[in-house]
Design a protein around this ligand. Structure first.
Ligand SMILES: O=C(O)CCC(=O)C(=O)O
Ligand SMILES: [Fe+2]
Length: 353
């Protein structure tokens, strides 16, 4: 039997006890943010500048960080945050799945857990993957950490990250012992911080087309978020990182990944962000999807700067607005465009020649 941390053991607490200590309107009284009375502490040791400068948004790499003992990410504090979100009568960014035992099972194939509270409080005995997206939108103390991560990663990499990021999110992940996070890709570039528990993450090179095909990426950007297929044969191409508290990994945009949690409850924080150049590339894939439907065989992005820019700008015109999150990027642009395509072909059929 594994020896797991007990300070965050939630089995001896119950929701009504938690409710008494929780304010539905805002942060609890005993604030623990780094800025409040604590000596200033950075997120990353400065010695890692080379990894950030060479790797950020380019390739996966491991890093060290100081967030592991941060009280805002202790399990009781996270349950408190969940309660405050649920007390508003909505789920906010909360979602829970019942994990399956293989990386090839896709998110869309995992049973969703309707009772978020039950999944959260039973995390140490269950087989749950619990995700809170946009934690920084619910509580300014998480926003402060979100902002500092971007600032410090920008300084370390000498890349004006804060100015270049179009939208970003702090996602907090709680996993039951032993569960597997399905193989998948994300549009966003990601810094994943391990806070509690140990787990293995397998990261693949997003540019390796023997692992991730152009067709999978195109279908992803056309709205099929589960388009990436896990194939046993490509597993040797993955790099395994053994995460433990104080370690993290950077995974650039579209880097395929899957995760196996160790024998204890895991807490991880994902700081994921989109960039203008990633969105431009996404629009090329979206335009290619529609050109393909019209019978053309478009080339993937990266072959011609001019052609890519043209496709991206056309897609931008058709979609009219800038995306503010992943759903808008993946969903609304293609749908709007599909509507316009249908209208255009109906007009051309109706038009006299
Ligand atoms: O840690 C996990 O279980 C999944 C993390 C993940 O998929 C991500 O941060 O993009
Ligand atoms: Fe992911």
């Amino acid at each position: 039997m594994a020896h797991c941390r007990t300070s965050t053991d939630v089995t001896d607490r119950n929701a009504s006890d938690l409710g008494r200590r929780t304010s539905a309107n805002g942060p609890v009284a005993h604030s623990t943010a780094l800025s409040e009375g604590k000596p200033w502490q950075s997120i990353f040791p400065p010695t890692q500048a080379a990894s950030f400068a060479l790797g950020l948004n380019q390739r996966h790499f491991a890093f060290r960080h100081y967030l592991a003992n941060h009280p805002l990410f202790a399990v009781p504090q996270l349950l408190e945050l969940h309660e405050r979100i649920l007390a508003r009568g909505e789920r906010g960014g909360l979602a829970a799945w019942e994990a399956q035992l293989s990386p090839s099972k896709k998110y869309g194939q995992l049973p969703k857990q309707e009772d978020i509270r039950k999944a959260a409080w039973g995390i140490s005995e269950g087989r749950s993957l619990l995700r809170l997206s946009g934690a920084h939108e619910f509580d300014p103390r998480y926003k402060e950490i979100h902002d500092r991560i971007l600032d410090e990663a920008g300084v370390l990499s000498e890349f004006p990250l804060r100015q270049k990021v179009t939208w970003s999110s702090m996602t907090i992940l709680l996993s039951s012992p032993g569960v597997i996070t399905p193989y998948h890709i994300d549009h966003q570039s990601n810094l994943l911080f391990q806070i509690q528990g140990e787990k293995d993450i397998w990261l693949f090179d997003p540019k390796d087309r023997s692992v991730l095909t152009e067709d999978e990426v195109e279908r992803y950007y056309a709205g099929s978020v589960n388009a990436a297929e896990y194939r046993e044969a490509v597993q040797p191409a993955a790099h395994r990182y053994q995460l433990k508290p104080g370690l993290g990994v950077h995974n650039p945009s579209l880097g395929p990944h899957w995760v196996k949690n160790g024998p204890c409850v895991s807490v991880s924080v994902s700081l994921n962000f989109s960039l203008g150049e990633l969105e431009a590339r996404a629009r090329v894939y979206q335009m290619n999807r529609y050109l393909r439907r019209l019978g053309f065989s478009p080339r993937p992005p990266g072959h011609s700067i001019l052609r890519d820019r043209l496709k991206s700008e056309m897609m931008k015109l058709m979609s009219k607005r800038h995306s503010k999150n992943l759903d808008e990027l993946l969903d609304s642009m293609p749908r709007r465009f599909a509507g316009r395509l249908r209208a255009a072909s109906a007009r051309s059929r109706a038009a006299p020649n």
